[in-house]
Design a binder for this molecule. Structure first.
Ligand code: ADP
Length: 158
């Protein structure tokens, strides 16, 4: 059976932290699907098409990494596409506490899906999409925090 992992998130925008986790996980799974959750309660900074383009460009040279989007429960989405792994990144103990309850509840809802955690690289611990959005809103330069190919797309969309 193919080992398919879903890496869910908002990716608004993708950061070097996301990129690092995805590339490292791509060595462990047959396929990684970076899945952008559609959240009607959350106004995104970049629209869905732009967020998808950034991820597509970042991983264009990786055959086993693709991008998609979904609405509804993440475990339901995993089931629909035949994924048995849910991948999440861990930066801090706060991430751990948050992820623990999600992982345990998801497991209770669907015991066939395993949540796998990957520790962030130390240099990416402080990085998150909301900091990037703040920098961009104030006209700052966030190039060093974002994958090169995604940055080119950001420049065309701000
Ligand atoms: P969410 O909207 O669910 O917080 P994000 O797009 O922020 O989604 O993150 C998606 C996934 O990427 C989560 O598992 C998160 O822990 C992980 N992640 C976010 N930032 C980093 C980082 N700097 N290093 C490693 N993993 C990260």
């Amino acid at each position: 059976m193919e080992r398919i992992a879903v890496f869910p998130g908002s990716f608004d925008p993708i950061t070097n932290g996301h990129e690092s986790v995805i590339k490292r996980a791509a060595l462990l799974f047959d396929k990684i699907i970076v899945a952008i959750g559609m959240n009607s309660q959350k106004n995104s900074f970049f629209d869905m098409a732009t967020r998808m383009k950034m991820i597509e460009a970042t991983f264009e040279d990786y055959d086993n990494i693709s991008v998609s989007n979904y609405s509804g429960l993440t475990v339901d989405y995993c089931k629909t596409i035949g994924a048995n792994y849910l991948l999440r990144g861990l930066r801090t103990s706060a991430d751990f506490e948050f992820e623990r309850s999600f992982g345990q509840i998801n497991k209770q809802m669907d015991s066939s899906i395993e949540t796998i955690f990957m520790l962030t690289q130390p240099e990416h611990t402080a990085l998150n999409s909301s900091i990037i959005r703040d920098i961009l809103k104030h006209g700052g330069d966030a190039e060093q925090f974002v994958p090169e190919k995604a940055w080119k797309i950001i420049l065309k969309n701000i």
